[in-house]
Design a protein around this ligand. Structure first.
Ligand code: ADP
Ligand code: MG
Length: 683
């Protein structure tokens, strides 16, 4: 059987069903067979109404009368029905499900499952689940309790539809081909036929144990695919050639001597790792991870300077114009005097054509910019090294475009920098082809940021006094809001309203706002004013999230904090604590709920690595690496905490990756892997 064939090739699927499945995003046989139950439940056999006792019950019957009334000023719909099965009848009640009225008028037989209980002095069946009896052969057959899959509804297809569809295809499951190679390093549970059995059991298991076993295999399969893709990426990278960078000790010292500070040991180590990689004739693919404020920029500057000494051009890609501009300024100040030609290329750059010509002719050694660098008409003379700041912000396609700008046949070295560290479990799976340097140590004299989560009602007593104190001490403040303008449907406070409010409260402070919809020139102006302390309080959306550096800012307030991920909050928090002043972060939550456990984690920890692990556990990888993966890498079955399965899959996948002949035999596997490779490669 071809798992890539369209669903219509299945025996019981006609054009109408195929179209409905397509609307639900299910195109191929594989899509359908891998549409696994959301959960399973043990169905109770129906009891005769005359024999029911209070508690959880299931009855089968039809409805003799049904009506809906409204209470509490029409905000509550109460639907009552009388269910009869010939032996007796009972009253059932649903709240805010007015459609039940219509649904149950048809006199057909239904199965009702729910709690039979005493309420307001009368017995009733409270909010029972309702299923059409003819859809439920298990009930109609009146057999004893049975274990059943429960599917999620999807785009107009009901859980029952999936159940029926898959049930009809039962016999076909026997034809599902094997997927995983049976090489020597495979775990013992992977055998001939394991896949078809697992898929069958995942849908039609008779008990939880069998279902769990099936899902365990499918989780393994999923991890194996990811890891194999990563291994193959690694091999592909090793085949590429690039220009080696020759280490120039004298130039390195020239640069280090011009710095106003001494590098931390962690920074030196990172530089050394990178220099060693750059010296090879294969492209480096390295991630530099270091918490916010760890000093990654100077590391990038040092290694870029080396590459430039070797005659290469270097591109530094930043996710926002604000950040690119700031990088350009500080790197110009640092490297300009040492003879490096620095150029900035962002959307708002005025003399773009001139700069592009200079880049093409090799007059600019270090090009700093945003997506403008990636556009097709930016050509380099000898691009040999790309540095990507805050790499998780860029899509894979964008990165690939940049890498294509190297001279023919050569691939540039790649250094990605991030403050959102990649948890170890992801390193081992998705990012298996990455070399990683970590700056764990912050520059001397930094004090951890004191973080407090508060409810909005405590702004006056807990936050405003602190704001006054910091302003009086001559410090500056970031104030982060979720939205730009007030919108009737939104509960979040907007940048504009917040700015007005703060100006009224702190009259002598200079308040300004910043958001992504402002013109780049306006944004740059505001940022520059904040940097030169012509603004005291900067109210902003998350455009200031990444990399911006104003060491005099010592307080950041994040409104509607519950709406952000931990990694993002940690990034935002990193806008302060960049100088010698004790810094503070206030996470303000809206509404009456106290701050969540997630936000409490931020109070407890300033370790980005720890927080990333917590976030990964609570929200999954797609949320953390949202832009990078577009959700495509969210594991459907496996969990990244499954270290045992991961380590088995690693051995197995490594062996397979080393043996291209094995891959050839598994056409379907290669097909899936290719897709994953494109999604996960950083090259
Ligand atoms: P990030 O890792 O978040 O990109 P930056 O590179 O922006 O951090 O550095 C944050 C601040 O720390 C900058 O002002 C930078 O000049 C300063 N810095 C970097 N390294 C050191 C060091 N070794 N000692 C003191 N300050 C440093
Ligand atoms: Mg940075």
């Amino acid at each position: 059987m071809d798992m890539d064939a369209e669903v219509i090739t299945l025996p019981h699927i006609g054009e109408k069903t195929a179209a409905a499945l397509e609307r639900a995003g299910i195109f191929t046989v594989r899509d359908l067979f891998y549409y696994l139950p959301r959960t399973y439940e043990t169905y109770q056999a129906p009891t005769k109404i005359a024999e029911i006792l209070p508690g959880k019950i299931t009855v089968r019957g039809s409805v003799s009368s049904v009506n809906t009334r409204y209470a509490r000023r029409r905000r509550l719909a109460i639907t009552e029905a009388i269910i009869s099965d010939g032996s007796d009848s009972i009253r059932a009640v649903w709240f805010n499900q007015p459609y039940r009225g219509k649904q149950l008028q048809d006199k057909r037989e239904y199965i009702f499952s729910g709690n039979y209980e005493l309420k307001n002095g009368r017995y009733q069946l409270t909010a029972p689940q309702v299923r059409l009896a003819q859809d439920e052969p298990e009930y109609v057959a009146d057999n004893a309790s049975s274990f059943q899959p429960v599917y999620s509804a999807k785009n107009g297809l009901k859980p029952q539809d999936f159940k029926k569809l898959l049930n009809a295809e039962r016999p076909i499951f026997a034809e599902i081909p094997d997927l995983l190679p049976l090489s020597t390093q495979k775990p013992s549970f992977v055998k001939t036929g394991t896949r078809k059995d697992a898929l069958f059991e995942a849908h039609f298991a008779q008990n939880q144990k069998a279902a769990d076993k099936a899902r365990n295999y499918l989780a393994y399969e999923e991890l194996f695919e990811l890891i194999l893709a990563a291994r193959l990426n690694q091999k592909d990278t090793q085949k590429l050639r690039s220009t080696p960078v020759l280490y120039n000790d004298q130039k390195m010292h020239e640069l280090l001597n011009s710095l106003p500070f001494a590098l931390t040991d962690a920074q030196k180590l990172a530089i050394w790792d990178i220099i060693k990689d750059l010296g090879k004739p294969n492209p480096m693919n390295r991630l530099l991870q270091g918490d916010v404020g760890a000093g990654k920029t100077v590391v990038a500057a040092a290694v870029a300077f080396q590459a430039i000494q070797s005659g290469l051009q270097v591109a530094l890609l930043a996710p926002t114009a604000v950040l690119a501009t700031q990088h350009a300024e500080s790197l110009q100040a640092l490297l300009g005097p040492l003879g490096v030609g620095v150029g900035l290329l962002v959307g708002a750059t005025k003399n773009k054509a001139t700069i592009k010509t200079k880049i093409k002719q090799g007059e600019v050694d270090l090009v700093i910019g945003t997506h403008a660098i990636i556009t097709d008409d930016t050509k380099f003379k000898n691009l040999g090294f790309c540095i990507i700041d805050e790499q998780h912000r860029f899509g894979v396609n964008q990165r690939q475009k940049l890498l294509l700008k190297s001279p023919d046949g050569l691939a540039p070295h790649l250094l990605s920098m991030t403050a959102t560290p990649i948890p170890r479990s992801l390193q081992l799976t998705i990012f298996g082809d990455l070399a990683i340097s970590t700056i764990k140590q912050l520059p001397k004299g930094r004090q951890p940021i004191k973080t407090t989560a508060i409810q909005e009602i405590h702004l006056q007593d807990k936050l405003y006094p602190k704001v006054k104190e910091e302003l009086n001490a001559g410090r500056q403040i970031y104030w982060i809001c979720k939205s730009i303008e007030d919108m009737p449907s939104q509960e979040t406070i907007s940048v504009k309203r917040q700015a007005t409010k703060l100006q009224e409260i702190f009259k002598s402070a200079k308040v300004a706002y910043l958001h992504g919809r402002m013109k780049p020139a306006e944004k740059d102006e505001i940022m520059a004013k904040f940097a030169s302390h012509d603004i005291d309080i900067l109210v902003s959306t998350t455009v200031v999230e990444v990399g911006v550096n104003v060491p005099n800012a010592s307080l950041i307030v994040i409104m509607d904090a519950e709406k952000y991920g931990l990694a993002q909050l940690h990034q935002l928090r990193g806008r302060v604590g960049r100088g010698q002043h004790q810094s503070y972060c206030f996470l303000v939550v809206t509404g009456e709920e106290p701050p969540s456990r997630r936000l409490r984690e931020l109070e407890k920890s300033t370790d980005g690595f720890h927080l990333a692990e917590v976030d990964l556990k609570m929200r999954g990888p797609g949320e953390i690496y949202g832009n990078l993966q577009h959700g495509a890498l969210d594991l459907r079955i496996a969990s990244l905490s499954d270290t045992h399965l991961i380590s088995m899959a690693q051995k197995h996948a490594t062996e397979v990756a080393d043996n291209p002949e094995v891959m050839l035999k598994y056409r379907e596997l290669s097909h899936v892997i290719q897709k994953y490779q494109q999604l996960t490669t950083l090259n």
